[in-house]
Design a protein around this ligand. Structure first.
Ligand code: BG6
Length: 483
């Protein structure tokens, strides 16, 4: 076999989320979600590229003065109406997998409703049927940063154990409904991130406790149990179902070979990998118990929780990978701008316009490390370059920087496969431009397909093929050989 081709059956495609593409936030019986309350804040008024924390009171106030704000995630890129055109374009690139998420509040508008919303269920029937038309396998995330708002306001989101039951009911509904259309599932997007801030979808208002870490780790525990239950239910409903967890993999390097730096980086990696440890090994590791003790965190578990975790580990691990991070024991070392994962500057790496350090080799390292640790298949479900694109007069977009970024990462994936890693597939983030999660900008673009729309939702919304569109088509056609 040509060693530059990827394994037969490798899944190539792109990844999106409901709250960043769909729009139609008040159509078809959909309820509001946490993502619908993220107002747009222009760059000059932002600190770093992290969405600001928000309190319950602020959300309640925004609900009253809705017209004073622009909420980009309510509108996405209007996939709700344009999914046929969009999926056709993805098919033209040769996608054999398309990652998308179901908006929980489209199915259960308040999260705690008795009955599901038929119109919402029908929408995804239509979307999956459209994928099927082109032999594209849907890879479906059950919760991608958009918990029903009612669950946040009424129960304080995932910090409340009741969410496990609401989630179980929701996933049972969709597993049953789509059992002939979908067999690849992810439970929580970036499960290590989602309960750190209500904006990131766990719907947890951290101000409710004087120990915010306690609340976010309690929420994580509920998500672990919910994820294991979802895996159990998925397997019962269709034994062919494969369920994965999803981790924002923040590979952390030590700044120097000073043993203090090494330990600091190891600790950061452990805090990150804790989430996959529980999902794949079904138990809490010793290092986290120490961290809990030292940070006054005490997890409330119920009888049976440990057993559920142990009996229903995930079938595969999925990750998002954008950058690596460097940690230092020197408190005077200059730190990079505030971001979800930040650290000190790595002089060997270049950064994107948003200060993310580009590190393709780090991806090979991450894949090897994960596979050594768990020995189960891995799926890269997000990777890509957020960049400003320039629309030329002839409607072309020459995004050679994006091609360069992706090419370098694919080369490292190939190396990891040669190293023996069982890699199932690769879905680049935002194959069609979409609303940024962290900044809600439209101008931070990841796509092969340009969407003519600005940060305030203005534009024709026309879809245009960038140069990378034709490049990725060639990559898929040659199964990764022609880069
Ligand atoms: C991941 C999220 O964190 O990164 C996506 O799962 C997000 O929802 C992506 O869009 C890229 O981040 P950003 O902030 O550039 O949109």
């Amino acid at each position: 076999m040509d060693s530059n081709r990827f394994p037969e059956g490798f899944l190539w495609g792109g990844a999106t989320s409901a709250c960043q593409i769909e729009g139609g936030y008040n159509l078809g019986g959909r309820g509001l979600s946490t993502a619908d309350m993220v107002k747009f804040v222009p760059k000059e008024q932002r600190k770093g590229d992290r969405p600001p924390s928000v309190t319950r009171k602020e959300i309640q106030q925004m609900l009253k003065d809705e017209n004073d704000y622009y909420f980009p995630k309510r509108h996405g890129i209007d996939f709700y109406h344009r999914y046929k055109e969009d999926i056709k374009l993805l098919a033209e690139m040769g996608f054999n997998v398309f990652r998308l998420s179901i908006s929980w509040s489209r199915i259960f508008p308040n999260g705690d409703d008795e009955q599901p919303n038929e119109e919402g269920l029908k929408f995804y029937d239509n979307v999956f049927d459209e994928c099927k038309k082109y032999d594209i396998k849907p890879l479906v995330t059950l919760s991608h940063y958009d918990t029903p708002l009612n669950l946040a306001l009424k129960y304080n989101g995932w910090s409340n154990r009741k969410l496990i039951d609401f989630f179980a009911k929701y996933v049972r509904t969709v597993f049953e409904r789509y059992k002939d259309k979908v067999d690849l599932w992810l439970t929580f997007n970036e499960v290590n991130v989602m309960s750190k801030n209500p904006y990131t979808g766990g719907g947890v208002f951290l101000e409710d406790s004087d120990n915010p870490l306690q609340l976010s780790y309690q929420a994580a525990h509920h998500q672990f149990v919910a994820s294991a239950l979802a895996t159990k239910i998925a397997h019962e409903i269709n034994p062919n179902n494969k369920v994965g967890c999803m981790l924002a993999r923040a590979v952390t390097y030590p700044e120097t070979n000073n043993p203090l730096d090494i330990i600091k980086a190891q600790k950061a990696n452990q805090i990150n990998l804790f989430f996959t440890d529980v999902h794949a090994r079904g138990e809490y590791p010793g290092y986290i118990l120490r961290y809990f003790r030292e940070n006054n965190i005490s997890i409330q578990k119920e009888v049976g929780d440990d057993e559920i975790l142990k009996l229903h580990p995930v079938d595969f691990i999925s990750i998002s990978y954008y950058k690596s991070v460097t940690e230092s024991s020197n408190s005077d070392a200059e730190r990079l701008p505030d971001s979800l994962f930040t650290g000190v500057k790595n002089p060997y790496l270049e950064t994107t316009d948003w200060g993310w350090q580009i590190d393709p080799i780090g991806l090979r390292w991450a894949l090897n490390d994960l596979y050594d640790r768990y020995q189960i298949p891995i799926f890269i479900v997000e990777n890509g370059l957020g960049a400003y694109d320039k629309l030329e007069e002839d409607n072309r977009i020459h995004d050679e920087y994006r091609i360069d970024y992706l090419k370098k990462h694919i080369i490292q994936m190939r190396e990891a496969i040669k190293d023996g890693v069982d890699l199932m597939g690769y879905t680049t983030w935002g194959p069609i431009d979409l609303v940024s999660d962290s900044t809600s900008e439209m101008s931070k673009r990841y796509g092969f397909i340009y969407v003519d729309m600005d940060d305030y939702g203005k534009g024709s919304l026309k879809r245009l093929k960038k140069d990378s569109f034709f490049w990725y088509k060639k990559v898929i056609e040659s199964n990764g050989k022609n880069l």
